[in-house]
Design a protein around this ligand. Sequence first.
Ligand SMILES: Cc1ncc(COP(=O)(O)O)c(C=O)c1O
Length: 450
Amino acid sequence: MEQNFLKEHNAKHVWHPMAHPAEMMANPPKIITEAEGVEVIDVDGRRLIDGVGGLWNVNLGYSCDPIKKAISDQLEKLPYYSIFRGTSTGPTIRLSEELSNWFKEDGLTKAFFTSGGSDSVETSLRLARQYHKIRGDKDRTKFLSLKKGYHGTHFGGASVNGNANFRRNYEPLMQGCFQIASPYTYRNPFDEEDPEKLSAFCIKALEDEINFQGPDTIAAFIMEPVLGAGGVIPPHKSFMPMVRKICDDHGILLIADEIITAFGRTGALTGSRLWGVKPDLMCIAKAITNGYFPFGAVMISSKVSDIFENDKSSFGSISHGYTYSGHPVGAAAALACLPEISKLKVQENAASRGDQLLKILEELKAKFEIIGDVRGQGLMTAMELVSDRKTKKPIDKETAGKVFEGAYNAGVLVRVSGPNVILSPPLIVTAEDVKKIGDALNEGLKLASN
Ligand SMILES: Cc1ncc(COP(=O)(O)O)c(C=O)c1O
């Protein structure tokens, strides 16, 4: 039987991303075979609310028919063509026009297409260096970023990542990348719990690092408007505007890594808009196709695009791109996805359901000692588990895993990453779905607390 075949071969011949191969073989992962609405169905026919939203990307759930139809229609018409110099495709041209309108409010009007988030980060870092080269500012090659930040897994992105887990096994990484403390109130080197004061301290640290490195050696600062994979860290509202100002004062480009935050998850259509900031470059991917097709882009401001487009030297030519840059099927998926996002106003639901979920997490924190901290912004939410609230010692892996198992048995899929339980359900969840997520977490926490 198909089910038995899948179970028998599970994790035997595939190495899973972000996992130890031996551990996966010893504890094979859950097998998801179908999905509908905001639910996934596993190999045993069990229905679960997807508290993870795929991987922060299936914002409109699993039954978005206009996107599915656009993908199949495009496969019939033109399943692939490249947009390297000399050719383009209809969906790519139409999508670039749509995105130019979509991101106008963020000051971003040109697109460079990629095949996913890590590609977008890599592209943004390259374009940032190139921008300075064109302008004759050739020493500006360094990058600054935040500790706890996550910027994907290419060597460039890994080098600006701020989490040892994603760095250590692959070092040495790219030279000239430096991280400063992130505005993470629960743990920070300043022992500061007040978000606004902490934000000011982190900004001081940023200025200090810039002056230490030499402002004229720094190409760009890259940050997530709300840090995601590092454990959901929403900075104080003063933080990103202050970063913008410092970057401007020193001629440093600001790259917003909005792989998670673009398209509504934070409660605003972009994270930059949430904080009232216009970045110079913005990395997007994930929800642009609702996760149905691997696709991404870097959106480019006129400050940057003018320099490239008016260049008369050889430095403006872009010697970078992917076979699947602007894939017509991905572009068609995105073209169908954007109107759905607008029609459903998912950012509004993300804001209200996010508030509801955060309140539930606060209530759980009052009940369970193992919850050290809860954080959230829109439908990016997390609880950080500790074995001792006083010392804030992170919980062990096995206990954290029990939260996953308990919630799973109660019908909800959640994501455990280190000591964090991360919740990022589709943005179309109802109040009832959120309540069910809370109830299942309660079961998971009970299991982990025994
Ligand atoms: C902020 C951020 N940047 C980059 C990436 C990398 O994207 P991908 O996994 O599509 O390469 C991610 C993935 O989660 C992300 O959250």
